[in-house]
Write a protein that binds this ligand. Structure first.
Ligand SMILES: *Cc1c(COP(=O)(O)O)cnc(C)c1O
Length: 308
């Protein structure tokens, strides 16, 4: 199998190397307080073998750390099916991942990539779960993980990252400030950034959930409801289904519903209005999807518009 990056905006193609994050041409137009420009997607060529899930990931299986990420249960919740009137509702339970969230799928691929390229330092900004995740998966991969997290993030999540041995830097400001600070740091220090959407492998790693869903059901579901903060799970889910369609394993994409909290709804607003406009401070108890500037906003919005 061969892999390369393609810009989600201009279509320019790039080799997959540790210093390639966003498309440099499109990133020139980057303004502060708007989603990332020039987010890259991963493209494969070739025919996968029997190990479909790993064969269509851009890092060889031998580099993945020894920690059981993915393969999470697809529950058939009898009571919710009855009470909500959806007899064929399933729940893809990614809390069963080693650190308790979907983020492990992205951290797992980033950790494998770091090992392949003999990189020891990973830097990540987070509202909480990406930090815990990179800390845990990074520990399994024997990596040094440095975290930038708003000082208002839930204590439990900071504790989790500290337990795994990461270095935690509390940022006086929002997640958006932490994101920028961590980028500054990784550019200056030379470590590998695992910032969501900025590192294209975060999107690619998250596609494995879509592939598992199809393998578990034996076919594509009609619809998938995806919680959306930065819009990377959303893009990853679309990517997984698109890969399977390209391989002829499914014939059409499920309808994907992007779900946001009312108090943190930048992508929903942009979907209705057509553009992102000035950021609106987010406020929701759903802290993992509390995002003012959705980093993968442009790409997520394009997927939603193109696929209806
Ligand atoms: C990060 C996260 C999300 C949102 O994912 P994005 O890729 O930022 O859209 C949703 N739920 C949980 C539990 C998360 O940790």
């Amino acid at each position: 199998m061969k892999f390369h990056y393609r810009c989600s905006q201009c279509g320019a193609e790039y080799d997959i190397t540790p210093d390639r994050m966003v498309c440099p041409a499109c990133a020139e137009a980057q303004k502060p307080d708007e989603p990332l420009r020039g987010v890259l997607e991963t493209v494969f060529e070739g025919t996968p073998g029997k190990d479909l899930l790993f064969d269509i990931l851009p890092v060889e299986k031998e580099y993945f750390p020894p920690i059981p990420v993915g393969g999470t249960p697809l529950w058939q919740p009898a009571r919710i099916r009855r009470s909500e009137g959806f007899p064929e509702l399933y729940i893809k339970d990614d809390t069963a991942n080693p650190t308790g969230s979907f983020k492990d799928r992205a951290s797992y691929l980033v950790a494998a990539f770091a090992r392949k390229h003999e990189i020891r330092d990973i830097i990540v900004a987070s509202t909480g779960n990406a930090a815990s995740s990179m800390a845990g998966v990074g520990a399994a991969a024997h990596l040094n993980v440095k975290i930038f997290i708003p000082k208002t993030a839930p204590r439990a999540k900071m504790v989790q990252a500290l337990q795994y041995g990461a270095e935690v830097n509390l940022v006086d400001g929002t997640y958006d400030v932490a994101f920028d600070k961590s980028l500054e740091y990784s550019r200056a220090s030379g470590g590998l950034s695992r910032n969501t959407a900025y590192n294209p492998l975060t999107i690619e790693g998250k596609k494995t959930a879509a592939i598992e869903i199809v393998l578990q059901l034996g076919s594509a579901p009609d619809a998938v409801f995806v919680p959306v903060g930065d819009g990377v799970i959303l893009a990853g889910i679309y990517k997984g289904f698109r890969d399977l369609r390209r391989l002829g394993i499914i014939d059409k994409l499920p309808t994907v519903y992007a779900v946001q909290a009312e108090g943190s709804s930048a992508i929903a607003r942009a979907f209705d209005k057509g553009d992102f406009g000035a950021p609106v401070p987010s406020s929701t108890m759903a802290d993992s999807i509390s995002v003012d500037v959705p980093r993968n906003g442009y790409y997520a919005l394009r997927e939603l518009k193109e696929n209806g």
